[in-house]
Design a protein around this ligand. Structure first.
Ligand code: HEM
Length: 215
């Protein structure tokens, strides 16, 4: 049987392609959107990571999610820097979650409160993605909107506490392979992972509607 890290990766492959090729992501990576669209997207991430990271320390003792909790991953401080840069000193008052973002954050909170294994599905979907495709987004954002390399505006994509992302991802996959869950629970984690991707895609869809190309 395939290892769990292979299973979760394979099972979410189709959903990944869908997220990656969504109109909003394609337009963003194609350099066709203004910085306001990028700021609006970053703003949505704030609500998602607030749900992922507020009280995440409580999960540190959990047998399933605990081994994955790592302060080097925390993105909220970086998002605060980026949003301050994008929106100015009063940035906090400018933030508003789209309904799709609200639904995504609510599901993350629900898992964090009641189902640590489900939380792990969300943890994997975001952080491993940020360490992978996130680097492509950073490069594009720097070039399109002129942010300093790894500077304010793209701090979200910079993991100062992770020296070697490839090694980190290898270790993360090893943790997945040794996760303290039986086969049925692993299946449920995979299902939740697909749901996590779908929640991301829904946010992209809303953003796409808010920032249509006036071609
Ligand atoms: C345009 C946007 C995206 C691009 C270009 C992209 C690209 C990539 C690439 C190249 C990898 C492989 C890295 C490796 O093998 O180490 C990857 C992995 C991954 N991506 Fe994305 N991605 C994008 C969007 C997303 C989104 C929206 C999510 C979910 C929110 C996501 C979640 C993941 C995850 C979880 C992995 C790790 C798969 C694994 O090895 O288990 N990605 N991405």
């Amino acid at each position: 049987m395939d290892s769990f890290s292979t299973l979760i990766r394979t099972a979410s492959h189709e959903a990944h392609v869908e997220a990656e090729t969504s109109t909003f992501m394609s337009d963003l990576l194609g350099g066709r959107l203004g910085v306001a669209a990028y700021a609006r997207y970053t703003e949505q991430l704030w609500f998602v990571y607030e749900a992922l990271e507020t009280h995440a320390d409580r999960l540190a003792a959990d047998p399933v999610a605990g081994p994955f909790i790592n302060p080097a991953l925390l993105r909220l401080p970086a998002l605060a820097q980026d949003l301050e840069h994008l929106r100015g000193p009063g940035w906090r008052a400018t933030l508003s979650a789209l309904p799709a973002t609200e639904a995504y954050a609510a599901r993350v909170r629900e898992c964090a409160d009641r189902w640590p294994a489900g939380y792990l599905a969300h943890h994997y979907t975001r952080y491993l993605g940020d360490l992978s495709g996130g680097q492509i987004i950073r490069d594009k954002a720097e070039k399109t909107w002129g942010f300093d390399r790894k500077g304010k505006g793209v701090r979200f994509y910079v993991f100062d506490g992770i020296g070697n992302p490839a090694a980190f991802k290898r270790d993360y996959r090893h943790l997945l392979d040794t996760v303290d869950a039986d086969d049925l629970e692993k299946q449920r984690i995979v299902t939740e992972c697909k749901r996590a991707f779908a929640l991301n895609t829904a946010v992209f869809r809303s953003l796409g509607e808010e920032f249509p190309l006036s071609a």
